[in-house]
Design a protein around this ligand. Structure first.
Ligand SMILES: [Zn+2]
Length: 414
């Protein structure tokens, strides 16, 4: 062996030793943010799903997570990933009117769902990217639009037919990528609990079965993540709860009874809420007085007079006037269909004022190397998840978020 080759081998050996030393250093943490849409805060207590119970014991749990107003799917999912109230991030409802584009945004219009114009704030995928981390999304509101100019590094176009286990499999594959390509922040979404909650209500036998299926999925995730031997923090959330509806003669309020067909009033309807848009202040006041005189089980607000805790008095996509239902009642378009018989079994609705309707309460359960074990925290607003995720990943948050890092600081372990 020549001296040169011996030296080369010596350096190669040293390189291997130093490599194994660096891989022995503390690994950077990961966050897997999960949403079980419509998973109400008391389902675990009521249905005793075993994996959820075990998960909660090993981490931090909230008595409830308070959704932002309105307690709808799109605004709340986007609040969780931006740390901003819907009235601030601009995705103000599942359905709303944007006067600058003269369009009605709805969840079903793919071209609008994928248009970054509608999404304010800086979602966690882009926050991570901007600070040098990879991010991924297996479904989440806002993940299909190039917010702040970029998509998550890995993402999927929403397709509710993709089996839940296939979603989990893909997330595990992302976490098995080489370190330089591996996403440090991943979102994962499941709709099963919301769907069943809508169709049979929050107290049905079928809903219990569905919660137990969600529990099986959580158990599977937990097991697959444990096999990876990576420092993954798992945060399980939901966007809102569910209110049990039973039909009476007064349950539905038909919009034809509020607006005369020739009124040409511009409105967007989202079940428990109706947004009314009218720029002209005289006309607006006339409509307000007319609606206020017709109040039955709903309340009429001028946007500027909505309750402070809604943070819903600024954004122009919010109706100039808002009709908000009492829990248990529902706005329907048109006029009553007299051929229809009353529903004889309960169903579920969300969207009511989360500050006066405890049934709207969502979930927050977290565990992992950076999460306190065996901690129960009081109910908190969902804007505060964002700064916790940022803290775990070592990211600096934008100064304009509504979330306060102090709220969940007790849950954080360095
Ligand atoms: Zn939802």
């Amino acid at each position: 062996m020549t001296k040169r080759i011996a030296l080369f081998l010596l350096f190669a050996a040293l390189a291997v030793i130093s490599e194994s030393c660096t891989s022995g250093k503390k690994q950077e943490p990961y966050v897997l943010l999960i949403s079980f849409d419509g998973f109400r805060h008391d389902y675990v207590n009521t249905f005793q799903p075993p994996h959820f119970l075990e998960f909660i014991e090993e981490g931090t749990a909230a008595k409830a997570m308070i959704p932002s107003f309105p307690s709808k799917t799109f605004p709340n999912h986007y609040t969780i990933v931006t740390g901003m109230y819907p009235g601030h991030h601009g995705l103000v409802d599942n359905t709303f009117y944007d006067s600058t584009q003269n369009v009605v945004y709805t969840m079903g219009k793919r071209e609008l769902v994928q248009d970054a114009f509608y999404y304010g704030g800086l979602p966690l995928w882009q926050l991570a990217q901007q600070q040098g981390l990879k991010s991924a999304s297996y479904f989440w509101v806002g993940s299909e639009a190039p917010v702040a100019g970029f998509y998550p590094d890995y993402y999927e176009i929403y397709d509710g037919d993709v089996p839940n286990e296939a979603r989990i499999k893909k997330v595990v594959e992302w976490l098995q990528l080489p370190e330089s390509e591996r996403p440090r922040f991943i979102s994962l979404y499941f709709s099963l609990v919301d769907s069943e909650g809508h169709s049979s209500g929050p107290n049905s036998g079928k809903l219990k079965e569905t919660v137990l299926e969600a529990d099986r999925l959580l158990g599977l995730i937990d097991q697959k993540i444990a096999e990876l031997d990576l420092p993954v923090n798992i945060i399980v959330t939901s966007d809102h709860g569910m209110y049990e509806m039973t039909e009476t003669a007064e349950t539905f309020i038909y919009l034809d009874s509020l607006f005369a067909p020739d009124d040409s009033i511009k409105f967007a309807n989202s079940g428990p809420i109706v947004h009314v848009y009218e720029d002209d202040s005289t006309r607006q006041e006339q409509i307000f007085q007319s609606l206020a005189a017709k109040e039955t089980h709903f309340k009429t607000y001028r946007r500027k007079d909505t309750p402070n805790q809604w943070h819903y008095d600024q954004h122009p996509r919010i109706g100039d006037l808002l009709l908000v239902m009492e829990p248990g009642y529902y706005f329907r378009n048109g006029s009553p269909d007299t051929t229809k018989t009353m529903m004889d079994s309960p169903w579920g609705v969300h969207g009511f004022d989360p500050y006066v309707t405890p049934e709207m309460g969502a979930i927050f359960y977290a565990k992992g190397p950076n999460i306190q074990k065996g901690l129960l925290v009081p109910p908190f607003e969902n804007v505060h998840v964002y700064p916790l995720v940022a803290k775990i990943l070592g990211l600096t948050t934008p100064s304009n978020i509504d979330g306060d890092p102090d709220v969940l600081m007790k849950a954080f372990v360095e």
